[in-house]
Design a protein around this ligand. Structure first.
Ligand SMILES: Nc1nc2c(c(=O)[nH]1)N[C@H]1C(S)=C(S)[C@@H](COP(=O)(O)O)O[C@H]1N2
Ligand SMILES: [Mo]
Length: 319
């Protein structure tokens, strides 16, 4: 894929040392690494003419839940993105997402839960958990796909800490709303903030993760730094980026794509080759970086693990 050379890196785009230190602390907290275990300092990625800081993440475990598919290149994964907060073009996120500041970052957790509502600093959200590498297929509803070596933690482990009550039937997520830094939010391409949701049993499924990195380093902003959802058996739009809020709710949340075009995008959005999108077939997909189309698998190849979540449901009706 296209990698743009940085034509002109202004010093204002270079992250100050203080920010590096903070980010390093959050990664160390999360991976349980002792101080000084981060070798090599900061790694800088150059994409779309911008410079962003990434931290190497030490002490990663490899998850047995990974796919054997060959991961896409780092360049493909970080230069061809959907993140409408920065524009509707696939290259817009790589070009403009550096305008979003992600440090400090906290997540508001509230709703039907026993623990009191709280603004949880990302360091504290991650601290009790061991980060692991999970290689997953990501299937966009637009019939392209990628394979990404994510770094993250099971969403269910985080949810349990807040002790949702029996009234918590769904989890609702929201992305940062900050139009000064997210130029796509100054347009009405979608409802802002971006909202997504999962049924509680989907959210608790061990395949659902919160990702903070990929290829062994922290996420770039265009990927949804510093914290995004990844739900590999669903179309990509469920995997909401740059999360600032998690709420336990009784009613099914109205997700942004469903609000904007309900006839085309539902709530469940499980990958399903048998149910066409109104404007195109979902039977096959093009893996980014490859010329050929491949067959799309039910539940994106994760049917053995997740199909039972939908026993008795009509998946053409509940698309
Ligand atoms: N906040 C937010 N999250 C988002 C989107 C978005 O526009 N805004 N796009 C979604 C879509 S349609 C896809 S396919 C994936 C793309 O993830 P990637 O860019 O990391 O491949 O992010 C999803 N998460
Ligand atoms: Mo997508």
């Amino acid at each position: 894929m296209l990698i743009k050379q940085a034509p002109d890196i202004r010093s204002s785009e270079i992250t100050p040392e203080r920010v590096y230190r903070n980010r390093r602390q959050f990664i160390q907290a999360a991976s349980g690494a002792v101080a000084g275990a981060v070798a090599g300092g900061t790694v800088l990625g150059r994409y779309g003419g911008t410079l962003q800081a990434q931290e190497p993440i030490p002490g990663l475990r490899k998850s047995p839940l990974s796919t054997d598919d060959e991961p896409n290149s780092y360049e493909d994964i970080t230069s061809y993105n959907n993140f409408y907060e920065f524009g509707t073009g696939k290259e817009d996120p790589a070009r403009y997402a550096h305008e979003m500041s992600i440090d400090p970052w906290s997540v508001r957790v509230e709703g039907e839960m026993n623990k009191p509502a709280a603004d949880v600093a990302i360091e504290d959200l991650l601290r009790p958990h061991a980060l692991e590498e999970r290689i997953y297929r990501l299937r966009c509803v637009e019939a392209w796909s990628m394979v990404v070596p994510w770094v993250g933690i099971p969403l269910g482990d985080v949810i349990k800490r807040f002790e949702p009550t029996s009234k918590a039937k769904y989890v609702k997520f929201e992305t940062l709303y900050r139009p000064e830094e997210m130029r796509g939010q100054r347009a009405r391409s979608l409802q802002w903030p971006y909202v997504e949701g999962l049924r509680m049993d989907e959210a608790m499924h061990p395949l659902a993760i919160l990702a903070v990195g990929m290829y062994g380093k922290t996420l770039l902003n265009q990927q949804g730094a510093p914290l995004r959802l990844v739900v590999p058996w669903k179309y990509g739009f469920k995997s909401i980026k740059s999360i600032v809020k998690m709420e336990f709710v009784e009613e099914q949340p109205r997700n942004s794509w469903n609000v904007s075009i309900p006839s085309e995008y539902g709530f469940y959005s499980n990958v399903n080759p048998d149910v066409s999108h109104p404007r195109w077939s979902q039977a096959s997909e093009r893996r980014i970086g490859s010329f050929f189309r491949i067959r799309t698998e039910p539940f994106n190849g994760y049917a053995d693990q997740v199909a039972s979540l939908y026993d008795g449901m009509d998946l053409a009706e509940n698309y």
